[in-house]
Write a protein that binds this ligand. Sequence first.
Ligand code: HEC
Ligand code: HEC
Length: 405
Amino acid sequence: MKRITVAFLSLVAAVSLSAQLRTNAVRPAPPPAPPPAVTPAAGDALTGLTAAQRTAFADGLADFKSVEEVADGLGPVFNERSCAACHTTPAVGGGSTRTVTRFSRRVNGVFDPLTALGGSLMQDHALSLADGVSHAFTPESVPAIATIVVQRRTTPLFGLGLVDATPDADFLALAQLQASRGDGVVGRASVVDNIRAGMKTVGKFGWKAQVPTLFQFSGDAYLNEMGITTPDFPNENCPQGNCAELSFNPAPGINDDGSGPVLLTNFMTLLAAPPRAAQTPDASAGEATFDRIGCTACHVATMHTGANANAALDHKTYHPYSDFLLHDMGSLGDDLEMGSATGREMRTTPLWGLRFVTRYLHDGRATTLDQAILAHEGQGSGARDRFAALPAAVKSKLMTFLQSL
Ligand code: HEC
Ligand code: HEC
């Protein structure tokens, strides 16, 4: 409906924006005006955007917040009615303590996502008569045969356009650098199917780095969190795996012509990195300790975007405190196999914006930073042990640093 009417315009905007973002096009002349000195607040757009880019951000934000209805293709089963329902804190585009459930099992060593029973992602809501549909669907539940049941916390999206704009080669080079150190802390670039590119590229997004681009994540989340089908994700989820239920689907076929994911991508691409708190001498001392005890082996402080026709993303330096690589985290791993990640492998969580986070780790099990750090296993155990051995005063400055991010 509205989606269809805006389709043409947004496609035009989108094609030009994504062309700008995805090609290493020559930088447009004249050079952009110097960005204002103001640091964007959480939820703001990048600085230095053109008027057209600011409009693309605002339109994308509106779609991110828009509450989907049956006519838009919501359901039959879903988790929430808008992206913004989960990505809330401390502003739209952030994370939250909202978790989703994934269930699966492993039989004779072979991972089974239990797709036939609606896995691995569970949709805990369903369309009911109150939504004006004639058939009431049932929210999914964990089937008895599932042996792996994990919660996944909603991650913040601030600054991810910078990550999307970082060349795959940089992540591969980082993994090689880690391997050359010979200390056992070796990440692996996740390599996953990139639907639009028609080939495998580096996975950077999600707890297991299972998704290669913000664009692909948009379509994935539209389908799997909200039940909205798009050209790249055309197949509706069968409620609890029972595809016969789809004969009652009030909005069959492709719900969105592809313009929705483009709008959402524009918003996330242009969403600024989270602002850092004022740096104090204690925080600086804490950062030196963070580096010295080996946290930066994985939580890499500084990354750079590549060439980009969008001046706000062109050769920018940013500070995610992550390498976006998969690391064998031993028993901290969630046991799921996704993309190219094994059960024990997890993507290094970016620590920027940590002061806005209240529950830590993939399942939100840790309520303090101390608990989150002490839970590091596998490749993280060396740094964890050095952390545990720190004198109280040194540890406290390290905490001050983490809380300044
Ligand atoms: C029901 C809650 C929920 C809704 C609704 C939701 N998300 Fe998420 N989002 C999550 C969770 C949980 C994760 C972590 C996913 C994972 O890796 O398991 C996530 C992760 C992401 C990521 C990856 C971030 C990173 O750190 O790499 C992106 C991008 C994203 N969501 C975009 C969206 C968009 C766009 C929408 C709307 C179409 C949306 N999400 C709707 C809960 C939600
Ligand atoms: C081997 C790589 C590696 C090393 C070394 C490492 N981390 Fe991590 N860190 C991770 C991964 C992977 C996760 C996500 C694990 C999960 O949730 O399953 C993580 C998660 C975290 C989190 C939770 C963030 C959140 O939002 O949930 C904090 C805090 C953290 N690390 C701090 C540290 C500190 C401090 C050190 C040094 C003592 C350190 N890490 C060393 C890989 C590493």
